[in-house]
Design a protein around this ligand. Structure first.
Ligand code: ADP
Ligand code: MG
Ligand code: ZN
Length: 657
C-alpha cells in the first residue's frame, strides 16, 4: 500500500474466495493456451511429412531447398504439375495437398538414419545446408513470448480485481499486511473524547510527546518504550484511547486487529507481520495499533494443531520484529487486550510490551466526565444532574454509560420530548442494569403481595443492619427475563475493600426476602433462588478466600478462575483443599447462612408493623425510592445530606426477587 494513496474501501480487503476462483480459472486456461501456442508455432505454414514422402519428393526433383538439422530436415518444395498422380503410395498426404497441389510449400520431416541422403540430394540438384538448431530464437519464440503474454494478462486481471489502481489486495499479495492506514486527524478522536482514565492518558501523553518532539528525548538519552499494552475490562475505552493517541500525535496510524494476522495458511500471518513492519519503518514516526492482541499473543505451546502452528509462527515473527528496530526509531506499538493473563510472557518482557497502561472501570468522577462527553451533543433538560447519575452507576464501563445515554435519548424520543430529562436517564440506567420493564407481565394480586413482602423484607433487613449499603429503590414492576421485583442498594462510594461486617450484613440483607416470606406466610416460594445462589457464593468466598472463618483458618482453600476483571464478587472458583477441609467448609457455610437467616427473621419479627406498612404502600405505588422508604420507617437520611446519598447498584448488589 502506498502511503499517499487513500486506503482501499474496507469491504474489498477480505475477499479471498473470488481471488481463488480466478486462480483456478486462470491456470488451466493458460496451460491450454501454452500448449496450443507451441503446436501452432511448429505447424505454422510448415507441413510435416513422412520421411518416405520426402525421399520421393527428392527423387522427383521437387525439393528446391533443404536445411538438414540434427534431427529434422526442413525445406521448400516446388511441386511439378503432375506430381500428385505420381505418388499413389502416399494417399493421405496426396489428398491433403490436392487442393492447391501446385503451390510451393515448406515442409518438415523427422530425419531417419540415411547415409545416402547427401548423394541423392546432389543428384536431384537440391540446395542444401547443414544447420544446428537455432536454439535462442526458438526458445524466445516458443517460451518467453507466451509466458510474457500470460504474465501481462495475469497482472491485468489482478489489477482489475483489486479494485483498480493496484493499491489494495491483489492475487499476488496473500501475505501482505492488512493494516489500515489512517491518515492524520482522520481518526477524528482526541484526548478530549476520552474521559475518566486520566492516568492512562497521562502515560500515553508521553508517547504523543515523543512522536512530536523526538529530539528532546533523544538529547537526554531517554528511551521511549517500543510497545505499550493497554489492559482493561471490555468497554472501558482502550480502542478509543489508541485512536485518540493517533489523533493527538498526528502521525500515520496503522490499525489492525490480532485476528487479521491469522489465516488458514501457516506462515501467512508471519509474512503479514514482517510486511507491516516494513511499511511502518518506512513511515516512521508512526503508531502501529494491534487491537485484541490475545488473538495472536497467547502463550505458545499450550495447544496443538495447524491453527496453533500459524499463531505461534505469527507470534514469533512479531517478537523478532519487535527486537529488530532501534528503541527510538519512531515506530511505537500500541496493543490492547482484556486478557493479559493469557499473553505469552515473552511479549511482556523488557524491550517489547514492557509498558502496561491499565484502563480500569471509571470511578464516580470519571463516570461523570464520560457522561459529559457523551451528552455534549444531546439537548439536556434543566433538571439533569449528571453527578447523580454517575453516583448511581458504580461498575459501569464507558461503553455502558454511552449505551445508557443513548437509551435515555430513545426514551425521550418515544415520549416526543425535546430534551432528555433526569427521569429518562434514571430509567435508562435501570434498564441497563436490570433489563427493560415488562409492564405486560400481569401479576395476580396475590403474587404481587408476595413479591412486595419479599422485596420489603430485603429493604428492611438492610435498613436495620448497621453496615449495609443504603436502599436506593424498591420495585415490584417486573424487569428483564426473570426478576419479578427488585431492591437496589447503593454503596455511598466506590468500594475497593469490604469489611467482614459489611459482607455479613450483605448476606443478611439478601436473605431478608425469604425471611419475610416465612415470617408472613409461614411458607416459602421459589422466588429466593437467585438470593440463595449469591449468598452461598459470598459465604464460600469469605471462608475459602478471605480467611474469615476460625475453623478453616487462613489457608486459602480455593483458586479463582476466569479473567482478572471478574475478580470482584463473581467469577468462578476451583476447590483447592482436601476432602476433609471441603466437608468442613460446607458445614461452616451452612452455619454462617443459618445464623444470618435467623438474624434476618429476628429483625423482621421485631419490625413487623413496618413490614406491613411499607408493603401496603409498595403495592399501591409499585415502586418506591430510598427517600420515601426511609421516611416511612422513620429513619432520617444517615448524614442528612441528600447530595451525598448514593443511587444505584453496583452490578451484583441488585437483589432480585
Ligand atoms: P474497549 O476497546 O476497551 O473494549 P472501546 O474503546 O471500544 O472499548 O469503547 C466502546 C465505546 O464506549 C467507545 O466508542 C465510547 O463511545 C465508549 N467509551 C468507552 N470508554 C470511554 C471513555 N473513557 N470515555 C468516553 N467514551 C468511552
Ligand atoms: Mg476494543
Ligand atoms: Zn430476593
Amino acid at each position: 500500500m502506498k502511503p499517499d494513496k487513500p486506503a482501499p474501501p474496507k469491504g474489498k480487503s477480505n475477499r479471498i474466495p473470488p481471488q481463488w476462483s480466478t486462480v483456478l480459472w486462470y491456470l488451466p486456461i493458460m496451460f491450454i493456451f501454452l500448449w496450443m501456442w507451441q503446436q501452432a508455432f511448429s505447424n505454422l505454414s510448415v507441413r510435416t511429412i513422412p520421411y518416405s514422402e520426402f525421399k520421393t519428393l527428392v527423387r522427383n526433383g521437387e525439393v528446391v531447398e533443404a536445411a538438414v538439422r540434427a534431427d529434422t530436415i526442413e525445406g521448400k518444395v516446388q511441386p511439378k504439375a503432375q506430381a500428385p498422380s505420381k505418388t499413389p503410395n502416399n494417399q493421405t498426404s496426396t489428398n491433403a495437398v490436392s487442393a492447391d497441389a501446385n503451390k510451393p510449400f515448406l515442409f518438415r520431416t523427422v530425419r531417419v538414419e540415411d547415409p545416402k541422403l547427401v548423394e541423392e540430394m546432389e543428384a536431384a540438384n537440391v540446395k542444401f545446408v547443414g544447420m544446428r538448431p537455432g536454439f535462442l530464437s526458438q526458445f524466445l519464440f516458443a517460451w518467453i513470448l507466451p509466458i510474457g503474454l500470460m504474465f501481462l494478462l495475469w497482472s491485468f486481471l489482478s489489477r482489475r480485481m483489486s479494485g483498480g489502481g493496484g493499491a489494495g489486495q491483489s492475487i499476488l499479495s496473500f501475505g501482505k499486511s492488512r493494516a489500515r492506514l489512517v491518515a492524520e486527524k482522520e481518526t477524528g478522536v482526541n484526548f478530549n473524547d476520552v474521559a475518566g482514565c486520566d492516568e492512562a492518558k497521562y502515560e500515553l501523553q508521553e508517547v504523543v510527546d515523543f512522536l512530536k518532539n523526538p529530539d528532546r528525548y533523544k538529547s537526554l538519552g531517554a528511551k521511549i518504550p517500543k510497545g505499550v499494552l493497554l489492559v482493561g475490562p471490555p468497554g472501558t475505552g482502550k480502542t478509543l484511547l489508541a485512536k485518540a493517541v493517533a489523533g493527538e500525535a498526528q502521525v500515520p496510524f496503522f490499525q489492525l486487529s490480532g485476528s487479521d494476522f491469522v489465516e488458514m495458511f501457516v506462515g501467512v500471518g508471519a509474512a503479514r507481520v514482517r510486511d507491516l513492519f516494513v511499511q511502518a519503518k518506512a513511515q516512521a514516526p508512526c503508531i502501529v495499533f494491534i487491537d485484541e492482541l490475545d488473538a495472536i499473543g497467547r502463550e505458545r505451546g499450550v495447544h496443538v494443531g495447524p491453527v496453533n502452528d500459524e499463531r505461534e509462527q505469527t507470534l514469533n515473527a512479531l517478537l523478532v520484529e519487535m527486537d529488530g528496530f532501534a528503541p527510538n526509531a519512531g515506530v511505537i506499538l500500541l496493543a490492547a487486550t482484556n486478557r493479559p493473563e493469557v499473553l505469552d510472557r515473552a511479549l511482556l518482557r523488557p524491550g517489547r510490551f514492557d509498558r502496561q497502561v491499565i484502563v480500569d472501570a471509571p470511578d464516580v468522577a470519571g463516570r461523570e466526565a464520560i457522561l459529559r462527553v457523551h451528552t455534549r451533543l444531546v439537548p439536556l433538560g434543566q433538571n439533569v444532574d449528571l453527578r447523580q447519575i454517575a453516583r448511581a452507576t458504580p461498575g459501569f464501563s464507558g461503553a455502558d454509560l454511552a449505551n445508557a445515554v443513548n437509551e435515555a435519548a430513545l426514551l425521550a424520543a418515544r415520549r416526543h420530548a425535546r430534551q432528555i430529562d433526569q427521569r429518562d436517564l434514571e430509567e435508562a440506567v435501570e434498564k441497563v442494569v436490570a433489563g427493560p420493564e415488562r409492564k405486560s407481565r400481569r401479576l395476580t394480586e396475590e403474587i404481587k403481595r408476595r413479591v412486595a413482602y419479599h422485596e420489603v423484607g430485603h429493604a428492611l433487613v438492610a435498613a436495620h443492619s448497621k453496615h449495609s449499603d443504603p436502599v436506593h429503590k424498591i420495585s415490584i414492576i417486573p424487569r428483564g427475563r426473570a426478576a419479578l421485583g427488585y431492591t437496589m442498594q447503593l454503596p455511598a462510594e466506590d468500594q475497593f475493600l469490604m469489611t467482614q461486617s459489611e459482607l455479613l450484613d450483605r448476606i443478611r440483607g439478601a436473605l431478608g426476602g425469604r425471611a419475610a416470606e416465612e415470617v408472613v406466610y409461614g411458607e416459602v416460594t421459589t422466588g429466593a433462588e437467585n438470593d440463595l445462589e449469591r449468598v452461598t457464593a459470598l459465604a464460600r468466598q469469605m471462608i475459602c478466600l478471605f480467611g474469615m472463618n476460625e475453623r478453616i483458618g487462613l489457608a486459602r482453600a480455593a483458586q479463582r478462575q476466569g479473567p482478572f476483571y471478574l475478580h470482584g464478587a463473581d467469577g468462578s472458583f476451583q476447590r483447592d483443599c482436601s476432602e476433609k477441609t471441603a466437608e468442613e467448609i460446607d458445614e461452616e457455610v451452612k452455619k454462617l447462612l443459618d445464623k444470618a437467616y435467623a438474624e434476618a427473621k429476628e429483625i423482621l419479627i421485631q419490625h413487623r408493623e413496618q413490614l406491613e406498612m411499607v408493603t401496603a404502600e409498595l403495592i399501591k405505588q409499585e415502586s418506591m425510592d430510598g427517600k420515601t422508604f426511609k421516611e416511612l420507617i422513620g429513619m432520617s437520611n444517615r448524614d442528612g445530606d441528600e447530595s451525598q446519598e448514593p443511587i444505584t447498584p453496583r452490578p451484583g448488589v441488585l437483589t432480585n426477587l
